[in-house]
Structures are given as structure tokens and as C-alpha cells.
Design a protein around this ligand. Structure first.
Ligand code: ADP
Length: 250
């Protein structure tokens, strides 16, 4: 890498490869040639994937295939050992940790399998968290957070703590928290994994409706076909590489 944060020209493709290939849509996130190992354990072995702005993309595959690692690389939580990640045609993988953290805070939203609400905070305080972290004043953040309770069928639960919510309710609070700051990309890692099928379908209906309404791109990791069915497009991770449903390599 050169001192100004750019990679040498020989390693820098002129533009994210798919941007030219899909004239009608713009690529918001693209990863090429991602290699990532944890010690001696290879998780990704040259993974390629892209998401078009506004689409809901499901990343499927068996347990241990590398889905979460890929999601974490796309979201700038992990940096790959090799390969390139672009967000809006800017390199994400070469940013310093503080800059990647700012991108995550200001431009991305997250929903994880077990919601991961802060137990000491009320539901509305949990939803308001991303706004408070962005510097929004507390009263305004809570006011905005409350608007999500009606949208996600959580009316009346504003003052409950996570221990007083059902799994489905807690996951809808986590979803509201993921969307409240109007992220450009929502990353969801097994967002229904801890729920029964009825609660899971409810969360997926709300997630997809709210994302489409906001124009949010969704990148969703799941091992369940019925969850992936909500997506516009699916890719499969096997042994650390990505292919399409037909098995064609990306
Ligand atoms: P998936 O999401 O498809 O279940 P992961 O991306 O979580 O797969 O894991 C891919 C591989 O990397 C697995 O072999 C897993 O054990 C390993 N792995 C993932 N995260 C870590 C970690 N933090 N430390 C060590 N090994 C890890």
C-alpha cells in the first residue's frame, strides 16, 4: 500500500467489476478475492460477492462455510488477509480502524441472531442508541426511536427491558435499532435464528417492508431457505467461496 492509503495501480481494478456489468443498477458493496483465516483455520478462500443498491441479498450456505466471516468483511468489522472490499466504490478494507468504525456507525445498520440488546436500557433507549452515538440529542433520539414502535408492532413496549420481551419482540426492537439511523446498508446475521417459524416470518416481513420503504440495501446471512426466500437474490458460500444458486462461481 502507498502512503496515501491507495493500493498500487497494478492491484487496483479500474472500477468495481460489476458496476459496468449492471447498467441499470449501481453496486453499493463489492468484495473480490477475499481470503481470511483464523490462525490455521481458513474461513474464506477467494470469495467474490456484490450487492446492488436497494437490493435484499441473501448469503446462504452450511454452518461453518464462511458466511458470517464474509458478512463481517463486507461490513468492515473484519479486514481480509487478501482481497478488496469497496463501499460506494471506495476501499473499505484499507481504511484505518477508526475510519471503518465511523462508516459502520454512520452508514451501516446491524441485526444479529440474538438481538443483543443492552439489558440495562429500555426498549426505546436501545432503539435510540445509534442516534445517540451519531450525536443526536437524547430527546430527539428517543422521539425518533418511538416512531419505530408503531411500525414494527411494538406499541406499548417502549419502557420494557430486554428481559421483559419475548424473543420475537426483542428481535423487532433490534431491527428498529438497526434501521433507526437510516443506514445505507443493513447487515443481518441469522436475524431469525433464535425464533420459531411464525415469529421469524413476522420479523422477515417487517425487515423487508421497512428496508424497501427506506431504500436500504440488506445483506442477510441465513442457512434457512425460507428466510432466503424473502431476498431478491441468493448466493451460496461453500468452503469459503461464493457461487450462485446454479453453482456458477462469482
Ligand atoms: P458460517 O457463518 O457459515 O457458519 P463462519 O464464517 O462463522 O461460518 O466460520 C467459518 C470458519 O471459520 C469455521 O471453520 C469457523 O470455525 C472459523 N471461525 C470463524 N470465526 C472464528 C474465530 N473468531 N476464531 C476462530 N475460528 C473462527
Amino acid at each position: 500500500m502507498t502512503g496515501d492509503g491507495q493500493v498500487p495501480a497494478s492491484r487496483t481494478p479500474a472500477a468495481p467489476a460489476a458496476a459496468a456489468a449492471t447498467a441499470s443498477t449501481s453496486t453499493i458493496i463489492e468484495a473480490r478475492g477475499i481470503v481470511k483465516s483464523f490462525g490455521q483455520t481458513p474461513a474464506l478462500r477467494g470469495a467474490n460477492v456484490l450487492a446492488a443498491a436497494g437490493e435484499i441479498l441473501a448469503i446462504m450456505g452450511p454452518s461453518g462455510s464462511g458466511k458470517s466471516t464474509l458478512l463481517h468483511c463486507l461490513a468492515g468489522i473484519l479486514t481480509p488477509d487478501e482481497g478488496v472490499v469497496w463501499f460506494n466504490a471506495n476501499r473499505l478494507d484499507t481504511l484505518r480502524e477508526a475510519e471503518r468504525s465511523a462508516v459502520r456507525r454512520d452508514r451501516f445498520g446491524f441485526v444479529f441472531q440474538f438481538g443483543q440488546l443492552v439489558p440495562e436500557l429500555t426498549a426505546e433507549e436501545n432503539v435510540a442508541l445509534p442516534l445517540l452515538l451519531n450525536g443526536t440529542r437524547r430527546a430527539a433520539a428517543l422521539q425518533e426511536a418511538r416512531t419505530w414502535f408503531g411500525r414494527l408492532a411494538l406499541d406499548g413496549l417502549e419502557h420494557r427491558r430486554s428481559g421483559e420481551l419475548s424473543g420475537g419482540q426483542a428481535q423487532r426492537v433490534a431491527l428498529a435499532r438497526g434501521l433507526v439511523a437510516g443506514p445505507e446498508v443493513l447487515f443481518a446475521d441469522e436475524p431469525t435464528g433464535s425464533l420459531d417459524s411464525v415469529a421469524g416470518e413476522y420479523v422477515m416481513n417487517l425487515l423487508t417492508a421497512a428496508s424497501r420503504e427506506q431504500g436500504t440495501t440488506v445483506i442477510l446471512v441465513t442457512h434457512e431457505a425460507r428466510v432466503a426466500a424473502y431476498a431478491d437474490r441468493e448466493v451460496i458460500v461453500r468452503d469459503g467461496k461464493v457461487s450462485t444458486l446454479t453453482g456458477a462461481a462469482l
